[in-house]
Design a protein. Structure first.
Length: 230
């Protein structure tokens, strides 16, 4: 379908039906999607960010794709490389940046473990049935989108019937659209840490033209005395 990215919903590498976090620990559960399975506690991650999440232009520059969509499936939570993650299927309804279309898989840091929600400070797990403005980075290797925490999953008004309470009040979809379109127009390009092709401001750069080195001073042999001229 052209350059449309069709997501593979079923991925053997991400099959986490009752996957145990460690020997002797209870299995990692799926995210809470109905009130009857609501967890009893929340644990917050407080990690540093390489972008300014409070600056929409920085968020727009870091995201490969920005779109509106509704959460239609909660795939589950798992631990990958020692980090708890959750995945959801989102039906894209409107694209502002990138090539996302149809149903896509979105990866979010955090999840549900031992009936405790683990999530980024200021964020919450996506809620089944809720519509969001999604800002994420696409991974060609994994074939899914990874949310930019906090600023990359804004609940919005519109079609949708959330299956659980959304802690952050949904924002007006039109206002969010206008704000993000403006941010995309002013986006700040994201440069990954360690990228080549940049020069530190503390590194001196030689000029294109420079003066030739001065000739060394001439010295007389030791012990020689100039004779007076007649």
């Amino acid at each position: 379908m052209g350059d449309m990215r069709e997501k593979r919903i079923a991925r053997p590498a991400f099959a986490f039906l009752l996957m145990s976090a460690a020997v002797g620990c209870s299995p990692v559960e799926g995210p809470p999607i109905v009130p009857s399975t609501a967890p009893s506690a929340t644990s917050y991650l407080n990690s540093s960010s390489v972008i300014d999440r409070n600056n929409p232009a920085a968020v727009a520059g870091a995201a490969t794709d920005i779109f509106f969509g509704q959460v239609v499936e909660s795939i589950g939570s798992t631990e990958r490389r020692g980090q708890l993650e959750s995945q959801f299927t989102i039906e894209v309804s409107e694209r502002l940046k990138g090539k996302a279309a149809g149903r896509v898989t979105v990866n979010q840091r955090g999840g549900l473990k031992d009936r405790t929600v683990v999530v980024e400070l200021g964020d919450e797990l996506l809620v089944l049935g809720q519509s969001y403005l999604i800002a994420a980075r696409f991974s060609n290797e994994e074939d899914w989108y990874t949310l930019i925490p906090v600023a990359g999953d804004i609940p919005v008004t519109g079609n949708g019937s959330p299956r659980a309470e959304v802690n952050r009040p949904p924002e007006n979809r039109n206002e969010v659209r206008d704000r993000m379109k403006d941010a995309i127009a002013r986006e700040i390009p994201f440069i990954p840490s360690g990228a080549t092709g940049t020069t530190s401001s503390n590194t001196p750069v030689p000029s294109k033209t420079s003066a030739p080195p001065s000739a060394p001073p001439q010295t007389r042999p030791t012990g020689s005395t100039p004779r007076p001229t007649s």
